[in-house]
Design a protein around this ligand. Structure first.
Ligand SMILES: Nc1ncnc2c1ncn2[C@@H]1O[C@H](COP(=O)(O)OP(=O)(O)OP(=O)(O)O)[C@@H](O)[C@H]1O
Ligand SMILES: [Mg+2]
Length: 248
């Protein structure tokens, strides 16, 4: 099957400081890939670069999405193409409600003007699945949300926007047992669509328990130092990253 996302020999820097070196990845539609690595390895950087965060410069290599060159596209254009990034540290945005944000993002990514009432009704089922009260919709985006509530709001966005590729950056960190269940259920529901594809960055494996993992990539000091199947997760949980740290 032709890849949905193809990253080839990507070099990335920020403020002239190289962070990622010769990164190559291929994700086929319907696959679940996991990106593991020590703190500071460059995992969030890779997520940001795929989403098009202009703070990072790609100095070499290419990124194709459905065969289309991603590099010239803005964040909005990448979102319209079907890419979604759930942030490790979701930003608080005073002055715009969660509802308005979701509505604008939905209309932009689906090139439509959904009616307010229809859209709100559409959201209620997803909110229930995530055990989120409807009142969150009327609060300013992430303002005063607890850590766990912010992560749930990210999954609400993913399930609402229905992207082809979702990148989840530590979406399961800081969640209580019930919240992990609700979020895992939401992620598993997202993967019920055979076209949906996931790149999960995580330090915990709880969110992976309800998913079939196709491929695991280990990133250390900006290099992909090892790759394998789902069995690599257990190996890392047992032995840590140490044996991979000098392999680049
Ligand atoms: N805006 C920035 N300015 C300066 N350095 C940065 C910036 N963004 C990332 N870096 C550096 O790039 C490296 C990789 O950071 P990144 O956030 O991608 O790591 P990570 O693998 O996601 O780590 P963690 O597991 O702790 O989330 C770090 O050394 C970080 O300090
Ligand atoms: Mg990170």
């Amino acid at each position: 099957m032709s890849p949905l996302l193809s990253v080839r020999n990507l070099n990335v820097q920020i403020n002239e400081q190289p962070i990622l070196h010769r990164i190559s990845l291929e994700l086929a539609p319907g696959e679940v890939h996991v990106l593991l690595g020590p703190n500071g390895a460059g995992k969030s950087t890779l997520g940001n670069v795929i989403m098009g965060n202009p703070a990072y410069s790609v100095t070499d290599g290419e990124m194709l999405f459905n065969g289309m060159d991603l590099l010239p596209l803005s964040v909005d254009q990448r979102a319209q193409a079907g890419i979604f990034l759930s942030f490790q540290n979701p930003l608080e945005v005073p002055g715009i409600s969660l509802f308005s944000f979701l509505k604008s993002a939905y209309d932009l990514t689906h090139n439509t003007h959904e009616r307010l009432w229809t859209f709100r009704k559409q959201l209620s089922g997803t909110l229930q699945d995530l055990a989120m009260d409807e009142s969150y919709l009327d609060r300013d985006l992430n303002v005063g949300f607890s850590g766990g509530e912010k992560k749930k709001a990210e999954i609400l966005q993913m399930l609402t926007l229905n992207p082809k590729l979702a990148i989840l950056d530590e979406t399961d960190s800081g969640l209580d047992v019930d919240a992990v269940k609700a979020v895992s259920h939401g992620v598993a529901r997202y993967m019920e669509d055979a076209e949906h594809t996931l790149l999960i960055i995580t330090h915990s494996t709880r969110i992976l328990e309800s998913l079939h993992v196709d491929r695991v990539h280990i990133l250390a000091e900006g290099h992909i130092v090892h790759e394998g199947d789902a069995s690599l997760i257990d190996e890392i949980n047992t032995h840590g990253f140490e044996r991979y740290l000098s392999l680049q």
